[in-house]
Design a protein around this ligand. Structure first.
Ligand SMILES: Cc1ncc(COP(=O)(O)O)c(C=O)c1O
Length: 396
């Protein structure tokens, strides 16, 4: 198929719900992608953090290959070995609880909403407080929980029971709480919202408040989870455990996987019939996740994130000194961003032309989140292109 035909088919047959860059990719390995003309790109935002171990990671590929001829899918009214192994492993690397498997971040947050409402049901509690600027998904409930009007106002009337508080503002949160609140959901680093890091003291106060008022604390670790911050989960950086944690993106190494982990005391509220996912926790999906965990553990990737995160940050700080329109470098581990004093779309475009993939969110925040196994030379290569593109953008 030639390029024109591919673009034409997209235009004619694919619902236009995405803004796409004019490039057709056909192959990926590690930190690199190749387009249809054979041009090589370095990917510093692999699959919106889905391909967190780079493209076609060997551990993941191996596990999928091992499994694909044996059993791809099994419905959840039967048992299979791989879901049991994976659930146990996820608990070993997080906190004591149980896991519900699904296929995406939105679904894992839907599960968290439903479990919270089950928890609050007998006490007449059903409201969930999320943060302004948060992002929790695109299903009707999760887009309502997303604290950005631009994403949900066009779908009104929205589901009831969602309230919003200012991020990192404890007194605002306290004002929003009433006897009908069953849960508070937080991203410890707001991703789509612009790489905004939670304040540790604020987080501690929220934790204490939840305990005092019998409110569940949910951490959405869809983007921050699985090594991105230098720990398996961002909450381990801050030393505060949630009651519920939601996961997706890197957990499947490119394979669609979502998971909700809930503390043991509340997990069993999800009795048969309360929730389900036809594809969730399939043998193939579980094997992909086991490949991701094996890669992180065997290749010492959490350590790599700490070292490479520092190195990348240092390089970004240097760019900030050189280019005055970079206002700020922010983030944790390999979840980093540069905040510009202007719109970043043009820079993303120039970087793409020069062979570097990055992302712009909130108009002026350039997200830089390379694979967690990124190498020093790859960081240098990406930074070189970024620097060249900054110069070309002419914003010195
Ligand atoms: C923090 C967070 N939660 C939830 C989601 C939704 O995940 P998905 O697109 O897999 O439904 C995202 C996606 O970007 C996210 O960043």
């Amino acid at each position: 198929m030639d390029k024109e035909e591919i673009f034409k088919n997209y235009n004619e047959y694919v619902i236009p719900s995405y803004k796409r860059q004019d490039v057709i990719f056909v192959k990926g390995k590690g930190s690199y992608l190749w387009d249809i003309d054979g041009k090589k790109y370095i990917d510093f935002f692999p699959g919106w953090a889905v391909s967190g171990l780079g493209h076609c990671n060997n551990y993941v590929v191996e596990k999928i290959k091992q499994q694909v001829d044996i059993l791809i899918h099994l419905s959840n009214n039967y048992y299979h070995p791989w879901q049991a192994i994976l659930a146990k492993k996820l608990i070993e690397i997080s906190f004591d609880g149980k896991v519900f498997f699904c296929n995406s971040g939105a679904e894992s947050n839907e599960a968290a909403i439903k479990l919270s409402r089950l928890y609050g049901r007998d006490k007449g509690r059903y409201k969930i407080i999320s943060m302004e600027n948060s992002f929790h998904g695109r299903t009707l409930a999760t887009v309502t929980m997303t604290g950005q009007r631009k994403y949900n106002e066009i779908f009104e009337p929205l589901p009831v029971g969602f309230l919003y508080a200012k991020f990192n503002d404890f007194s605002d949160l306290v004002k929003k709480i009433d006897d009908e609140v069953c849960a508070i959901i937080l991203e410890l680093i707001q991703g789509e919202g612009g790489i905004n890091v939670i304040d540790k003291e604020y987080l501690r106060k929220v934790k204490d408040l939840c305990k005092e008022r019998d409110i569940l604390l949910i951490f959405d670790e869809v983007q921050t989870g699985f090594g991105r911050t230098g720990e398996f989960f961002a909450y381990q950086v801050f030393g505060i455990e949630p009651d519920i944690m939601t996961l997706a993106k890197t957990i499947g190494g490119g394979f669609p996987v979502g998971a909700m982990i809930a503390k043991r005391e509340i997990a069993d509220l999800m009795r048969p019939g309360t929730h389900a996912s036809t594809f969730g926790g399939s043998p193939l999906a579980c094997m992909a996740c086991l490949g991701v965990i094996e890669a992180i553990e065997r290749e010492n990737l959490l350590e790599n994130v700490k070292i490479m995160g520092k190195y990348l940050r240092k390089n970004l700080e240097e760019l900030k000194n050189e280019f005055k329109w970079i206002k700020k470098v922010k983030g944790v581990g390999l979840m980093l961003a540069i905040e510009l004093d202007r719109d970043g779309d043009q820079l993303v475009k120039i970087c793409l032309e020069n062979g570097l993939l990055i992302n712009c969110t909130q108009n002026n925040v350039i997200r830089i989140m390379p694979a967690i196994n990124v190498k020093k030379e790859e960081i240098e290569e990406g930074i070189e292109i970024l620097k060249m593109s900054l110069k070309k953008a002419g914003f010195k």
